[in-house]
Design a binder for this molecule. Structure first.
Ligand code: PDD
Length: 286
C-alpha cells in the first residue's frame, strides 16, 4: 500500500481523505503537476514548481507550501514508496469552505488543499512503446480557452483518450481552426529535414516542461526550431512526428489518422532527442 501526502500528513492511501465540499471535487477548481522520477530522483523539478506557481497565480489560488517544503514532500514520498522509475502526482485545490458556492472562498479562512501521491512505472525510460512509436487520431479540441493553466479539468482529454482507444490507436491530437493544438496530455511536434516544428505558446496549449528542455537540446544539437501551427495534412507529409511529456519523455508518432508518417517507423530525430533528453535529465535530476 502506498504512502500518500494530504494536507500536512503522510498517510496510508486508504486513510487519506478530502472533504466532499472540496472545490477540486465540486468544480474542478484545482491545478496539478506530474513530475517524473528516474533513478529515484526528480526530473525537471524546478520547471514543474515554476509552472505550478504560474497556474496558481493565474487562478488567484493560494499556495499552501513553500518550494522547500514541496521538494521535501516529493523526496519523502519517493523514498517512502521506494520509487526508482515513476511519477509524483501533485494537486492543489481551492479547498473546502464547508458548502457549495460559485464565489471563491476567502483564502484566509479556507486554505487550499494539497495532495501528492506516487505511481511506480518500471520501464518508463526504456519501455517498448518508444521503440515502436505510437499511433494517433485527430479529434476536435473542445477544451476551455485557458489550456496554458494546468487545471484538473481533464474530462475532455480523458474522452479524447477513449476516442483514440475506440479507434484502436494510442492517443489523439486535438484540432482547432484546422491546426493541431496538442495531444490529450502531451505536446505535438513534426520534423521536416533539419527543422522541428511545434505550436507556439499561447492560451491554446500547455507550456510543457519537457517541451522547453527538448527544444533547448534540439537547438544545442544545431537543429532549427520553428514554433508555429501545423495541420494534420502537413504532419502526415512530414519526415517524423513525436510527442513530449513528463510521462512519455520524447515518444515517436508513427501513424496519424491511419496514414503512416514517412516509413511508419520511429524517426532518427525523435529517437536521438529521446536519448539526449533522458541522458541529460538524469545528470541533473535532484
Ligand atoms: N500532462 N499538454 C498537455 C495538455 C498536458 O496535459 C501535458 C502534461 C503536456 C506536457 O507537459 P509536461 O512536459 O510538463 O509534462 C502538454 C501530464 C503528464 C498528465 O496530465 O499526466
Amino acid at each position: 500500500m502506498r504512502t500518500v501526502y494530504v494536507n500536512g500528513e503522510y498517510l496510508p492511501e486508504d486513510q487519506a481523505k478530502v472533504s466532499i465540499f472540496d472545490r477540486g471535487f465540486l468544480m474542478a477548481d484545482g491545478v496539478y503537476e506530474v513530475t517524473s522520477v528516474l533513478d529515484g530522483k526528480l526530473i525537471d523539478f524546478d520547471g514543474h514548481t515554476a509552472r505550478l506557481h504560474r497556474s496558481l497565480s493565474e487562478l488567484d489560488m493560494a499556495n499552501p507550501v513553500t518550494d522547500a517544503e514541496l521538494l521535501e514532500i516529493h523526496r519523502s514520498l519517493v523514498a517512502k514508496n521506494a520509487i526508482e522509475e515513476g511519477l509524483v502526482y501533485l494537486q492543489v485545490t481551492r479547498g473546502s469552505s464547508g458548502d457549495r458556492d460559485f464565489v471563491f472562498p476567502d483564502p484566509k479562512t479556507t486554505p487550499s488543499s494539497i495532495v501528492l501521491f506516487t505511481q511506480s512505472k518500471p520501464g518508463l525510460a526504456f519501455g517498448p512503446a518508444a521503440a515502436k512509436g505510437i499511433r494517433v487520431v485527430s479529434i476536435p479540441d473542445q477544451r476551455w480557452g485557458r489550456r496554458d493553466i494546468k487545471t484538473v479539468q481533464l474530462l475532455y482529454p480523458s474522452m479524447g483518450k477513449m476516442m483514440a482507444k475506440a479507434a484502436g490507436v494510442d492517443d489523439a491530437w486535438m484540432i482547432e481552426d484546422g491546426m493541431v493544438t496538442e495531444g490529450t496530455s502531451n505536446n505535438a511536434y513534426i520534423v521536416k529535414g533539419n527543422t522541428i516544428i511545434t505550436r507556439h505558446l499561447g492560451h491554446e496549449i500547455l507550456s510543457g516542461i519537457t517541451r522547453t528542455a527538448v527544444l533547448r537540446f534540439a537547438r544545442e544539437a544545431q537543429m532549427q526550431v520553428e514554433e508555429r501551427s501545423f495541420s494534420i495534412a502537413e504532419a502526415q507529409g512530414a519526415d517524423e512526428a513525436f510527442i513530449t511529456s513528463a510521462t512519455t519523455f520524447v515518444m515517436p508518432v508513427v501513424e496519424i489518422d491511419g496514414k503512416p508518417v514517412a516509413t511508419g517507423a520511429p524517426g532518427s530525430v525523435a529517437t536521438r532527442l529521446r536519448e539526449i533528453y533522458i541522458e541529460e535529465s538524469r545528470k541533473v535530476a535532484i
